[in-house]
Design a binder for this molecule. Sequence first.
Ligand code: NDP
Length: 247
Amino acid sequence: MRLLEGRSVVVTGGARGIGRAIAEACLEHGGRVVLADVDADAAEKTAAELARDGAEVLPVGCDVTAETDVENMVARCAEAYGSVDVLVNNAGITRDATLRTMDSDQFRQVMDVHLYGTWLGTKYASLRMRDQGHGSIINISSISGKVGLPGQTNYSAAKAGIVGMTKAAAKELAHLGVRVNAVQPGLVRTAMTEALRPEIWQEKLAGVPMGRAAEPAEVGSVVLFLASDLSSYMTGTVLEVTGGRHM
Ligand code: NDP
């Protein structure tokens, strides 16, 4: 069964890591993907790698903190595929530091990409989805937004904010046929976490009952579920993908 046959999917931060895995999962299930990333060359390279066996992948350069970029990304999807059925607000950065050493730029950059970027994407996609009468928006939060992680006051606050935004948007958009849900991954093996020191990895893994980090595809499959009609009666929910960490 192909869960997204013919449906259009926009993924931000899609050039690598979890975003790339989300794009792959959607393509495998018949979706047509706009692969957006702040690094336009990386988006093009990844799109070329994924566009095999007739898969439709359109690379778009998009900084999610730039309103005109986000508006353009959504418009490009509608032009290319005739609709905007799914948006995944995935783009993310970290700027870790202890509260006492973090500077204002580190705080603001993380807020901008995660919170403002998610808000912009949701706003422009929902305008299209309202006109279509359907849509599914999936926001990538983090378990840090539930429990708070030391060294990540900026990131934890932004990821908790995404949960609040998800619920408010879900309530605003439900009567238009638009669902909005969030995913909170725990430790996932990507460039974002591979830079962590080995002792920090061990410390994090010690708290995971399943005893290992997630592969990006294990987040991709949960996003696929939320994008598809299998979750047709779910909105405003937050799904944890943590191997049991922070139960
Ligand atoms: P990666 O760093 O591997 O990938 C993030 C992607 O987002 C990169 O391609 C990056 O581009 C892009 N990006 C960064 N800033 C912007 C921007 N302003 N506009 C558009 N694209 C941008 O991260 P992950 O795949 O690990 O993370 C994906 C999401 O999952 C993030 O929201 C992250 O917070 C969340 N997450 C990750 C976890 C993990 O353990 N890895 C755990 C929980 C949540 P560039 O490379 O050019 O910077």
